[in-house]
Design a protein around this ligand. Structure first.
Ligand SMILES: [Zn+2]
Ligand SMILES: [Zn+2]
Length: 263
């Protein structure tokens, strides 16, 4: 029996959003105390991408992704793409994201979302970075675009996976990983627990999506990376593993999916 403390990587956080100002250092410290020693802050538009990179420069354990969320797809113009392209050269930018389609809230017209998604996949390809994909109520469309637009070795994660067990085989066949968040702790999350039980262990990633999606029992919309072990605990339960085993496997996965991430 090993007594080493499990190490976790939060592969999808938004400490770049205003909820974490003015003192992100405190949340970073609480996370480290909980064993979450690496945190990837995810960009949702040019400004929050820039902020994610700033945080990565300030704190050793923080990394960044840069991208434009489908909600903001209308802002994906040549200027924005040029700025994201420049940010991709930063050594702590580990992926392009979050990018994708959101047909639930439809905050940008669907054709605009599709066009931005394709341009941002192209950007990732040019930069040789994996992608962090947001898919809400657009499972068929997202998989079709990943299938037609992604070179075989691009890879990445379907973050906050919500497509249920039926879409799992197609997602895995495309080489993508499955990001599991706080909803796995919710009473009504039977389908998601089925997903967490079935995903091959080497395709699983842990994420908080903080400040959103607080695990059960935590204050709503006050989620933070320190709560990541709640999610690991629930996955451990459904897979009949120890939390340490889930931590070790998902940490190894994160380092493989995001080659610029370092322990
Ligand atoms: Zn998302
Ligand atoms: Zn997110």
């Amino acid at each position: 029996m090993s007594h080493t403390r499990p190490i976790f990587i939060d592969t999808h956080a938004h400490m770049n959003l205003r909820e974490f100002r003015p003192e992100p250092g405190k949340a970073v410290h609480r996370a480290a105390h909980a064993g979450v020693t690496r945190i990837v802050n995810v960009g949702t538009k040019v400004g929050s991408s820039r902020r994610a990179v700033e945080l990565a420069e300030q704190f050793e354990g923080l990394y960044a992704t840069v991208g434009i969320h489908p909600h903001d797809a209308s802002s994906c113009d040549p200027e924005a793409l040029a700025e994201l392209r420049a940010l991709c050269e930063h050594p702590k930018v580990v992926a392009v994201g979050e990018i994708g389609l959101d047909f639930y809230r439809d905050l940008s017209p669907r054709p605009v979302q599709v066009e931005a998604f394709k341009r941002l996949i192209e950007l990732a390809w040019e930069a040789s970075l994996p992608i962090v994909v947001h898919d809400r109520n657009a499972h068929d469309e997202v998989l079709a675009i990943l299938d037609s637009e992604c070179p075989d070795d691009l890879g990445g994660v379907l973050h906050c996976y919500s497509a249920g067990p039926d879409y799992l085989p197609a997602t895995l066949a495309l080489g993508f990983h499955i990001g599991i968040d706080g909803p796995i702790t919710y009473a009504n999350a039977g389908a998601l627990r089925k997903v967490a039980a079935r995903v091959p262990l080497d395709r699983l990633l842990l994420e908080t999506d903080c400040p959103y999606l607080s695990p059960d029992g935590r204050e709503r919309n006050r989620n933070e990376p320190a709560f990541l072990p709640d999610i690991a605990g629930r996955i451990a339960e459904v897979r009949e593993l120890t939390v340490a085993e889930v931590g070790a496997a998902t940490t190894a996965n994160a380092l493989r999916v995001f080659p610029r991430l370092r322990l």
